[in-house]
Design a protein around this ligand. Structure first.
Ligand code: GDP
Length: 536
C-alpha cells in the first residue's frame, strides 16, 4: 500500500492543441525512464510493486495511469477537455486531488481552458500551470503569465523562467534557487549555474517571488528579517501552502515536444500539489438511517470507494476505475454496492502503467485501482465493505440546454431508434429523451452541439441507425441589462469566444430597453469583469 503523503492523483486540463497529449506522454516516458533506472542501479523499483501480471488490451488512454516519481506514486487521470462533457469532467474532478493546467506560450488562456479550470476551482482542486510550447517562435512566457492572471483572476507566481527564447530555448531557470536546468535532445537534464544572459531577469523575478511569499509565509518572513536568504526547501514549503490554500498559482515553463522541463513538472506535482491527506474528506450518507458522514482516509475503516469510470475491454468484463476513500480493498474480498443491493467479488485489482498492467493485492485510502466488473456497476456507484454501507454524496447534473428533434431516416428503424435512445439515456444522465405526444417525434436534449453529435455518431456506429437531427434549439436564455460600456464588452467577448458547441451567445440588443439576450451553454460563466459590467 502507498502512504497517503506519497500519492498524487492529478489531472491535466488544457484547451485543444496546448499540448496535453504530448505532455502526458512525456510524463509517462520520463517517469518510466526513472523507474527503470531505479531497477537497474539500485536493485529495486521506485515503489515496492506486488508481483505483476500483464494483461492485454489496455493502453495509456486508460482512465487513470500510474507513474512512479521520486518515492511518490502519481495517478494521471484522464479528464475530457470539452465542456459538453461536463459530467465526464466532473466525475474526474471528484477523484482528483490536484491539476496541471497546460497553456500554450502562443495562445495563452483560451475559452476552453478557462471553462475547465473554473470547474476545477469549483471542486476546490488546487492547480499549477505549465506554459508549454515556449520553443515556438514568438513565444512569450511573461505575457502568458499576465494572461493567466487577467483571464482566470488568479495570483500567478512564476517559479520558472525560460532559458533562451523561442527556438533557442534550451532549458528552464528554477526561480526558487536560481539554478538552471538544460536538456539534451533526448531530454536528459543537467543542472548548471545560472547563465549570465538570464541572470538579471531571473534575479528580479526571484526577488519578487521571495517578497510575495514573505507576505503570506512566516518562515520566509523570518529569514528576511534575519537577513538570511531563504533556502529552496523553505520557499517550496511556502509555495505549497499557498497553492493548497488557493492563494497562489505556481507557473512553470517548458516545451514538451522538445523534452524540455518535463522532469521539473513532475517535481512540481510532487512539491506543490496536495496528496489525499491534504484534501477535505468527501461527504457520504449512512444507508441505515440517512445520517451524514465524512469519510476520512482511514485504512482501518470500512471500505468506501467511488467508481468514476467504466472502461470496456476487447473481450472480458469491463474494468471499473475506483478511487478508494477509506478502508482497504483486498483481492478476494466481496464489496457491497448499495445501488444494486448486490455483492461484487474482487477477482483482481490492477494498476495501469504506460506499457503494462500490474496486479496488486490490496489498495488503501487515496489509491486509484481498476477491477473487473461482473455485476453491472456504473460510474457514480459507491463500493462498500459491508451492507447496508454508506453512499458517497450523489452528483447533481445540470439541465441539458440544447434540444433537437430526431427522426429515423428509414421508418422501419423507428422502434430500434426508440430503444437505442433509451439505452443511451440510461448511460448518460445529462442526455434527455422525450417523445412529443402530438407528433410522436423524439426530442433529444443534451449539453451542447458536440454532445448531440456524439449521440448521432453512436446511433450510427453502435446501433446501425441513420437518424436525422433537426436544428437544435437553445433551452436556456437570459436577458441582462447592461451599461453601454458593458454591452460593448460583452459583445466583444462573445464574438471572441463564439466556439462551436462550447459557447453560444446570441446577442440581440434591444435599442429601447438596452437589454441583451444571452443564450448560454453549460459550464460557461461570464468572466467576473464582465459580470461586474452587467448591472442587472
Ligand atoms: P492537445 O490537443 O492539447 O492534446 O495537444 P497535442 O499534444 O496534440 O499538441 C498539439 C500540437 O502541438 C502537436 O502538433 C504537437 O506536436 C505540438 N506541440 C506540443 N507541445 C509542443 C511544444 O512544446 N512545442 C512545440 N513547438 N509544439 C508542441
Amino acid at each position: 500500500m502507498v502512504e497517503l503523503s506519497a500519492l498524487r492523483n492529478i489531472g491535466i486540463v488544457a484547451h485543444i492543441d496546448a499540448g496535453k497529449t504530448t505532455v502526458s506522454e512525456r510524463l509517462l516516458y520520463f517517469s518510466g525512464v526513472e523507474a527503470r533506472f531505479g531497477e537497474v542501479h539500485e536493485g529495486s523499483t521506485v515503489l515496492d510493486w506486488m508481483p505483476e501480471e500483464r494483461r492485454r488490451g489496455i493502453t495509456i488512454t486508460a482512465a487513470a495511469t500510474c507513474l512512479p516519481w521520486r518515492d511518490h506514486l502519481l495517478n494521471l487521470i484522464d479528464t475530457p477537455g470539452h465542456v459538453d462533457f461536463t459530467v465526464e469532467v466532473e466525475r474526474c474532478l471528484r477523484v482528483l486531488d490536484g491539476a496541471v493546467l497546460v497553456l500554450s506560450a502562443i495562445g495563452g488562456v483560451q475559452a476552453q481552458s478557462e471553462a475547465v479550470w473554473r470547474q476545477a476551482r469549483r471542486f476546490g482542486v488546487p492547480t499549477i500551470t505549465l506554459v508549454n510550447q515556449c520553443d515556438r517562435p514568438g513565444a512569450d512566457y511573461l505575457v502568458a503569465v499576465a494572461d493567466l492572471e487577467a483571464r482566470l483572476e488568479v495570483e500567478a507566481l512564476p517559479v520558472h523562467y525560460p532559458l533562451g527564447e523561442g527556438p533557442d530555448l534550451r532549458g528552464v531557470v528554477d526561480l526558487l534557487d536560481l539554478t538552471a536546468w538544460v536538456y539534451d535532445a533526448q531530454g536528459r537534464e543537467s543542472r548548471i549555474e545560472l547563465p549570465p544572459e538570464v541572470a538579471d531577469e531571473a534575479g528580479v523575478l526571484h526577488a519578487e517571488l521571495v517578497e510575495r511569499l514573505a507576505e503570506m509565509d512566516e518562515a520566509v518572513l523570518d529569514d528576511l528579517a534575519a537577513d538570511r536568504r531563504p533556502d529552496r526547501a523553505t520557499l517550496v514549503a511556502a509555495v505549497r501552502r499557498a497553492t493548497l490554500a488557493g492563494e497562489l498559482q505556481p507557473v512553470l515553463c517548458g516545451a514538451a515536444l522538445r523534452n524540455i522541463g518535463m522532469q521539473r513538472l513532475l517535481d512540481a506535482v510532487v512539491e506543490f500539489l496536495p496528496g489525499p491527506d491534504d484534501r477535505e474528506p468527501p461527504r457520504a450518507e449512512f444507508l441505515s438511517d440517512g445520517s451524514p458522514h465524512l469519510v476520512p482516509p482511514d485504512p482501518l475503516a470500512d471500505v468506501c470507494a467511488l467508481v468514476f469510470k467504466v472502461q470496456s475491454l476487447d473481450g472480458g468484463p469491463p474494468l471499473l476505475f475506483v478511487r478508494v476513500y477509506a478502508g482497504i480493498i483486498e483481492r478476494g474480498a466481496r464489496l457491497w454496492i448499495p445501488r444494486l443491493a448486490t455483492h461484487l467479488p474482487v477477482e483482481a485489482l490492477y494498476r495501469l502503467h504506460a506499457d503494462s498492467t500490474h496486479e496488486v493485492y490490496a489498495a488503501g485510502p487515496g489509491e486509484i485501482v481498476a477491477l473487473p466488473d461482473t455485476v453491472g456497476a456504473t460510474t457514480g456507484d459507491t463500493l462498500c465493505g459491508t451492507a447496508p454501507g454508506l453512499v458517497l454524496e450523489s452528483q447533481t447534473f445540470s439541465e441539458p440546454v440544447l434540444t433537437a428533434i430526431v427522426e429515423p431516416e428509414r421508418e422501419i428503424d423507428r422502434a430500434v431508434l426508440a430503444d437505442s435512445l433509451a439505452r443511451l439515456g440510461r448511460e448518460d444522465p445529462t442526455l434527455r429523451v422525450l417523445v412529443d405526444a402530438e407528433t410522436g417525434q423524439y426530442q433529444v436534449s443534451g449539453m451542447g452541439e458536440l454532445h448531440l453529435e456524439v449521440v448521432e455518431n453512436r446511433l450510427r456506429e453502435q446501433f446501425g441507425i441513420k437518424a436525422r437531427f433537426g436544428v437544435p434549439s437553445v433551452a436556456y436564455r437570459e436577458a441582462v441589462l447592461t451599461s453601454a460600456r458593458g454591452r460593448a464588452e460583452v459583445e466583444r467577448e462573445a464574438g471572441a469566444r463564439r466556439l462551436k458547441g462550447l459557447l453560444e451567445i446570441e446577442l440581440a440588443p434591444d435599442p429601447t430597453s438596452g437589454r441583451l439576450t444571452i443564450d448560454w451553454a453549460p459550464g460557461v460563466e461570464l468572466a467576473a469583469h464582465l459580470r461586474e459590467s452587467v448591472e442587472a
